[in-house]
Design a protein. Structure first.
Length: 574
């Protein structure tokens, strides 16, 4: 759901100057539920005029209150494909592109539309985002920096990206960009932070540096003085990729920076690696990428979990990289020495195991293939026929699919719906292992008996369910899927192979560490946070704990009813 203003009159040609002048006092605020609905209103027979800024009364900058939708005009002839390619390079894909009425094959004229997850409520933040876009795309019309600018409809519109852009990520990007282009001057960022707080920006929309107490607690039992970079490389796969010259995107670089800036020499370590690989031609890191490192240090970002930016399931189990910097306590006594075998012997055992279950000797069944990397497991799997192979993630599934020798059908990834609450509901059901519940929800969306879902979401659900049905009835090709999909449905295959242990998918385990507990004070002390009252109760409960005492989890329904009755209407266990 997102908000903008429309002049609700249909156009089939570009509006005249006199018509534009008449529009100024006639814009109406609208809340749209889907990108498809917006795209439809930008094209014939509607082609409505719109403004991203919410300006009650009349279209004037002084009336600007907030903005969630941003437009960028291109009318100098640059090709849409060139601009979109640049968007892909920086991983900032516009949600919608549409061609204006003046567009011709000889002189391309079009508009990109970016929509955020929440509105920016202070003008400085909105101006900074537009300035960022104009500096990334110097070919765009400079007049787009006007917060009161209106955008005419067009003659052809299409959706490029179904996911709205995180407002927090946009603040982060603009801060880093202006830092990179301001010769390391943090004063603008400091002023912007104060402006955000003063002018009502929602705290969840941007990063608030932690207080001294939270920082002190975070540093307990950590040793960042003498980092063992080789040791960390051997334990963290995404870090190994970075060190060895794989070109990582903004998400991965920023995630690593939130972790490594805590280590002594960590910022220099990252910068030196990025510059060295740039010089060798392996990567093309920008000044923005490089400035993410000191920015994370300046803003005192706590380390992001590896699960939020690493593609490797093995990394996810580590939590974050700073957890590997804990000071060692006690000792480890080796009770027995494991028997080691050579790589050649391990490769032979792996091959014999696969041949055994593919022969009539073992017969139909479910087999788990868990081996160390570097033994050629993928090569062995690509040569199999008439089997179902379940990979830990969709990324690994797609990677293996490209290498398969025989005919192979691949499961469809869970679609991202226009209705973001549906995505969250399905994610929670899959996370807790409620596969049947997820299927029921998908069928409900597909049937749309109560007419409560958008047509595009219904079609996506139908396509996904049909794909599942075809896979279940497939008796000829290999089938590639994920652990979760293999566990949630039936299969026509007699041999099912799990690539790595599926236990994490069968039994979802939620946990927290002492490190997690030490970081909560930053939120507790933030009076803007709607959860600060709850955190006070949690703090009191921990402080009153006695050794060996077992307590029943308290229910916090009275807190929700008194403080946030409009948001919560049920008893919620802590």
């Amino acid at each position: 759901m997102f908000k903008l203003q429309f002049y609700k009159k249909n156009f089939s040609v570009k509006a005249t100057k006199s018509q534009m002048a008449e529009m100024n006092d006639q814009f109406e605020i609208e809340e749209l539920n889907s990108l498809e609905e917006f795209s439809k209103l930008l094209s014939p027979p509607y082609s409505w005029t719109w403004t991203g800024g919410i300006m009650p009364g009349s279209r004037k900058t002084k009336n600007w209150q907030s903005q969630q939708v941003f437009g960028l005009d291109f009318d100098t002839g640059i090709l849409p494909e060139v601009v979109i390619s640049r968007c892909e390079e920086i991983n900032l894909i516009p949600n919608i592109i549409y061609h204006t009425f003046s567009d011709t094959p000889a002189l391309r004229k079009f508009r990109l539309v970016f929509i955020l997850t929440t509105s920016i409520t202070e003008p400085e933040g909105a101006k900074n985002f537009i300035k960022y876009l104009l500096e990334i795309f110097p070919e765009a019309d400079e007049r787009c920096k006007d917060l009161s600018r209106m955008f005419l409809g067009g003659k052809e519109s299409r959706i490029l990206n179904n996911r709205l852009h995180s407002t927090k990520d946009i603040y982060q990007r603009t801060d880093i960009h202006h830092l990179a282009n301001g010769k390391g001057n943090y004063r603008k960022i400091n002023r912007s932070l104060k402006a955000r707080e003063k002018q009502g920006a929602k705290p969840k929309s941007y990063h608030i540096p932690p207080d001294e107490i939270a920082l002190e607690q975070f540093m307990i039992n950590k040793n960042f003085e003498n980092p063992d970079w080789r040791g960390l490389e051997s334990k963290v796969k995404i870090l190994a990729d970075f060190i060895n010259g794989e070109w990582l995107g903004h998400k991965e670089i920023f995630g690593l920076a939130t972790n490594l800036h805590w280590f002594k020499g960590g910022m220099k370590f990252m910068k030196d690696i990025m510059l060295a690989h740039n010089e060798a031609g392996k990567t093309n890191y920008t000044q923005n990428n490089l400035q993410a490192i000191p920015y994370c240090n300046k803003m005192k970002y706590f380390p992001e979990s590896l699960s939020s930016f690493s593609k490797y399931p093995e990394d996810h189990q580590l939590g974050d990289i700073t957890k590997l910097a804990r000071r060692k306590k006690g000792f480890i006594k080796t009770l027995f020495t494991p028997q080691k075998i050579s790589i050649e012997e391990a490769e032979l055992k792996q091959k014999e195991f696969i041949q055994k279950f593919m022969s009539n000797e073992s017969g139909p069944g479910i087999y788990i293939l868990k081996t160390h990397t570097g033994l050629g497991k993928s090569k062995e799997l690509t040569a199999l026929n008439d089997v179902l192979i379940a990979c830990p993630t969709n990324a690994l599934k797609d990677e293996l699919s490209a290498q398969m020798i025989g005919e192979t059908s691949t499961s469809m990834e869970l679609p991202q719906f226009q209705n973001h609450s549906l995505n969250e509901e399905l994610r929670k059901k899959y996370d807790r292992g409620d596969f049947q519940g997820a299927t029921i929800t998908l069928r409900d969306i597909a049937s749309n008996k109560k007419d409560k879902y958008h047509i595009s979401d219904c079609e996506l659900a139908k396509k996904y369910l049909k794909s599942n049905k075809l896979l279940r009835s497939n008796t000829k090709d290999n089938i590639l899927t994920t652990h979760e999909r293999a566990l949630s449905g039936k299969s026509s295959k007699e041999i099912i192979i799990f690539d790595e242990d599926p236990l994490d998918s069968i039994l979802k385990i939620g946990s927290f560490t002492l490190d997690d507990l030490t970081n909560y004070k930053c939120s507790k002390n933030n009076t803007h946070s709607p959860g600060s009252g709850i955190l006070q109760i949690i703090s009191q409960a921990f402080n009153n704990c006695k050794q060996g005492e077992v307590k029943k989890t308290p229910c916090m329904d009275w807190i929700f009813r008194s403080d946030h009755a409009s948001h919560f209407g049920q008893t919620v266990p802590l």
